[in-house]
Write a protein that binds this ligand. Structure first.
Ligand SMILES: [Cu+2]
Length: 467
């Protein structure tokens, strides 16, 4: 698969791709994040990505991964069942990708650059969109609202992708039950629900049966609250085929409130892996490498002495175990592979440097003083790893953190994951709230090579972009 064309000549920004849910066995060279897997592709240059699919099925997606280019450069990838096999659920009659995204009045790359210089919160988006259109509740897009046609009695597969920059989203279809059957490139136990909560970076495969009175119905999405969030509502319309009186306005869904934490919890706790014979899961029962990682928003001193407009004249900084990630001069992968010293350090802490009441409502602002640097964690090949992520309430900035190892860390809560480090390479681990990632809420996991060439990083492509 080549994305050469879409990344070519006319683009004015440096772009990189990140493939969501694609495991890319031993192939970090085409994973994408700038300064992690490669240097940014400069305007006018091009780069071919080699994307190796292995176990993935269902919906995946790709997005640019250079500053905030993800806002507008993204798209679905669909993996159908292997020849001779079928879905682990009744085959849908038709399918629609539903891509949620953010719209900013202004240049997104400038918006984040200005925020990083000022040290303050970046601008909120001005609209949220479904397949590129904000929908009827904004004053700019009535004619363009995205519409799909339902034939009564048929079952449709909605492939919902959240490419929104900073908001976790409730999504609903008025009057219709949803059955979630897949997430992030894997099928799950069918989950019947009236709404979903989908975090930035996530994908959900959802069955909807057209079994309601022939009419027009809104599908709609709005945020679950964050510290700062776009509180607008994006819509698209489902129109039944056939003869009926068209309503003056489509039926609107009863979306959970922005602040409805119970709605978040009640949905998320029901997500279960398929764990069938055909779709096994293999969670390590014994663990030999443990990481306990606190997630915090703190501050770093202002680069331009005292002129920052963040808290106390400082600049906002995200951190994992008090380490605030800084992009290196050369990508970590190249430095690791070619043994170039002085680009990163391997001292990412295994546990929080200081222990405090992580979720207290009364924390002093200096309880976490992050250190800026390029700290990575090196894992042995085949290590059985457990990571416990712990959310914190530093700066009263507790919110959900959708960590890109595909795990949501709930507001003032924790998540635990286990995996076998059997994919040698250099892998970016970051919060998928884009402003948190820009503030340094990131680190890199390096999985060392195994004993043979078949358990080692593949050879680099013949051309690597210079930094
Ligand atoms: Cu976060």
């Amino acid at each position: 698969m080549e994305f050469k064309k879409s990344l070519n000549l006319e683009l004015l920004v440096a772009l990189l791709l990140n493939l969501h849910g694609v495991e890319q066995p031993r192939n970090p060279w085409s994973d994408g994040p700038e300064y992690i897997a490669q240097c940014p592709i400069k305007p006018g240059a091009n780069f071919s990505y080699d994307i190796i699919f292995s176990e993935e099925e269902g919906t995946l997606w790709w997005h640019a991964h250079s500053d905030w280019s993800r806002a507008t450069v993204h798209g679905p990838i669909i993996v159908y069942p292997k020849a001779g096999t079928t879905y682990p659920f009744p085959k849908p009659d038709a399918e629609f990708p539903i891509v949620l995204a953010s719209w900013f009045k202004g240049d997104v790359m400038e918006i984040i650059q200005e925020a990083l210089i000022s040290g303050d919160e970046p601008n909120k988006s001005d609209a949220l969109t479904i397949n590129g259109q904000p929908g009827d509740l904004y004053n700019c897009s009535k004619r363009g609202t995205f519409k799909i046609l339902f034939d009564y009695g048929k079952t449709y597969l909605l492939r919902v992708i959240n490419s929104i920059m900073n908001e976790e989203m409730f999504f609903m279809v008025a009057g219709h039950k949803l059955t979630v059957v897949g997430m992030d490139g894997a099928y799950i136990k069918p989950l019947k629900t009236s709404y979903i909560l989908i975090t930035p970076g996530q994908v959900m495969d959802i069955l909807v049966t057209a079994n309601r009175r022939r009419s027009h119905y809104y599908m709609a999405a709005r945020a679950s609250e964050g510290v700062v969030y776009d509180n607008t509502t994006t819509t698209a319309i489902i129109q039944y085929s056939g003869n009926y009186t068209i309503p003056s306005t489509p039926k609107f869904p009863n979306l959970p409130n922005y602040t409805d934490i119970d709605a978040v919890t009640n949905f998320v706790r029901r997500i279960k892996a398929l764990a069938s014979k055909e779709h096994p899961i293999d969670v390590p029962k014994k663990v030999d490498t443990r990481l306990f990682i606190t997630i915090a928003v703190g501050t770093l001193p202002c680069a331009t002495n005292g002129s920052c407009t963040g808290p106390n004249g400082n600049k906002l900084a995200g951190s994992l175990n008090n380490a605030s990630f800084e992009n290196p001069k050369i990508d970590v992968l190249q430095a690791y592979y070619k043994k170039i010293h002085g680009i990163f350090t391997t001292d990412f802490p295994d546990k929080p440097p200081n222990v405090f009441n992580f979720t207290s409502d009364e924390l002093s602002d200096d309880v976490v003083t992050p250190t800026a640097g390029t700290k990575v964690k090196v894992l042995k090949y085949n290590a059985s790893v457990e990571i416990v992520f712990q959310g914190t309430n530093v700066f009263s900035a507790a919110e959900n953190h959708p960590m890109h190892l595909h795990v949501g860390v709930p507001k003032n809560g924790w998540s635990a994951i286990r995996f076998k480090a059997d994919n040698p390479g250099v892998w970016f681990m970051h919060c998928h709230l884009e402003r948190h990632s820009s503030w340094g809420m990131d680190t890199v996991l390096i999985v060392r090579d195994g004993p043979t060439s078949a358990t080692s990083i593949r050879k680099p492509p013949s051309y690597l972009n210079p930094c």
